[in-house]
Design a protein around this ligand. Structure first.
Ligand code: 0X9
Ligand code: ZN
Length: 444
């Protein structure tokens, strides 16, 4: 009997249902996914690709995790399964399936966890000599703990305010506004030389999509590494302010921890409508709702009632518009696929005038990322590599605000859930790419 209970607890731990160390969550964020299947579909044919694109925007029962011109990764619930499989058979495509719960269990079974005591990054009280109190090795150990699990919203805010308190001369913590559910959209400004004006800004944001947990960690790691080694980055930061927003969609992110691991949108509730949420990366005011977006509330790519209708979008837009002459780099970090996208994503065959610069800076960043463990990124426009999608931050920053270096990064992973033991490696390799992007800011 006792053996049975221990076994069930272990299984729950593996699939992230009951272990606080995997997601710091005591609730069940996979409860609704019993019987779901993950499909990996190969499709070289343009017509089948178009069919998949249409499905992505129009069918809310099919959740696309990745959609490229020759492959789709998606999940389907048990009710829809027979109909979907017969459609795939009619189309004559090759596909592989895996039960979703089996996949989640396998992922976490391979992970190691931080021991709880290091999980919280302690705040340094203003006025205290924090470096003297906390030797280097202890700081490192705490950081290792932080980057070996997926923190919750309150932990993220503590981590950010902790950095600002520890490095008051170089780091400022602020809120850009509040989300639909009232959470802060928190930012960190990092600069070496706050007296140099006007300072160019490198703007980097993450987790516009709630389920893309790894993205927040890479941006927090960037903040941590820059601040812990300020002397080494003196040249890069000489006349550049780095502005980081690691959690653009805090409501969606929290919802993925408490209720639904694969939630993508924000948590906007419309009275009388059963489907919630707007895709923040379809809500920006550049070719809003033109292609690859939907006006169906139940769609994963619902673009909202108007451009910037969402508080999360407008907080970002307010910041970027106010600083538009200083911001030279906009990086929107997503997951997954190992892509660096430059504009335009709203339509195919739309080439921006500075495409060669955009490409060459991306190539350099990809090259730096590859040095850590050989990860290879593909570079191009998302409309040519993936699908057309309008109303995204990359197009808005470049096309509407004239920010010269504007990109979307899709981090590595075979799915949204990067195993806990791999978080630190993704953080370290991506860090090298971030620094390379930031290096180019002082040229503008
Ligand atoms: O579809 C998106 O919003 C991004 N991919 S994700 O899987 N993370 O959802 C890609 C956006 C690329 N940018 C544009 N299409 N403008
Ligand atoms: Zn995304």
């Amino acid at each position: 009997m006792c053996y049975k209970i221990v076994c069930s607890l272990l299984l729950l731990c593996f699939i992230g249902l009951a272990c606080s160390s995997s997601s710091s969550s005591s609730s069940n964020n996979l409860a609704g996914y019993a019987g779901y299947t993950k499909y990996t579909v190969q499709h070289g044919d343009e017509n089948i690709f178009r069919y998949m694109v249409d499905l992505q925007t129009s069918d809310s029962d099919v959740d696309f995790w990745l959609l490229t011109r020759n492959m789709s990764v998606l999940t389907v619930g048990p009710q829809r399964k027979p109909q979907f499989e017969s459609r795939l058979a009619q189309l004559g495509v090759d596909y592989k399936t895996q039960p979703l719960m089996e996949l989640m269990a396998a992922l976490e079974a391979n992970s190691t966890y931080a021991d709880g005591e290091d999980d919280d990054f302690e705040e340094c009280q203003p006025g205290a000599d924090c470096d003297a109190e906390r030797p280097h090795s202890r700081k490192r150990r705490q950081a290792r703990g932080f980057f070996s699990h997926y923190p919750r919203y309150h932990e993220i805010l503590n981590f950010m305010s902790g950095l600002a308190a520890r490095y008051p001369q170089f780091c400022r913590y602020e809120s850009l506004g509040r989300s639909n559910e009232g959470r802060h959209i928190a930012g960190l400004s990092i600069s070496l030389n706050s007296r140099v004006r006007p300072r160019r800004v490198a703007y980097i944001q993450a987790a516009a999509h709630g389920r893309e947990w790894i993205t927040t960690q890479t941006v927090l790691y960037l903040a941590y590494e820059l601040l812990s080694n300020l002397r080494a980055f003196q040249r890069v930061l000489q006349d550049v302010e780095v502005f980081l927003v690691p959690l653009v969609n805090p409501d969606g992110y929290e919802y993925t921890h408490t209720s639904d691991r694969f939630w993508r949108k924000n948590r906007h509730h419309y009275g009388g409508i059963s489907c919630h949420g707007v895709d923040i990366n379809r809500n920006f005011g550049n070719h809003w709702n033109y292609q690859g977006a939907s006006q169906n509330h139940c769609s994963e790519v619902y673009s909202g009632t108007a451009p910037n209708s969402e508080p999360e979008t407008s907080a970002v837009v307010r910041y970027l518009e106010f600083n538009r002459h200083r911001v030279k780099l906009s990086l929107d970090v997503h997951s997954f696929g190992k892509f660096i996208f430059y504009p335009y994503g709203y339509a195919r065959n739309t080439v921006p005038p500075t495409v060669s610069t955009l490409r060459s800076v991306a190539l350099r960043a990809a090259n730096q990322i590859g040095k850590y463990r050989g990860t290879r990124y593909t570079i191009g426009t998302s409309a040519s590599i993936l699908y057309e999608a309008s109303g995204s931050l990359d197009d808005f920053a470049y096309g509407s605000l004239g920010i010269p270096l504007s990109y979307t990064l899709e981090l590595p992973g075979e799915e949204f859930h990067v195993a806990s033991s791999d978080i630190i490696h993704v953080c370290k390799e991506t860090f090298a790419g971030f620094v390379e992007f930031i290096r180019h800011v002082s040229l503008y």
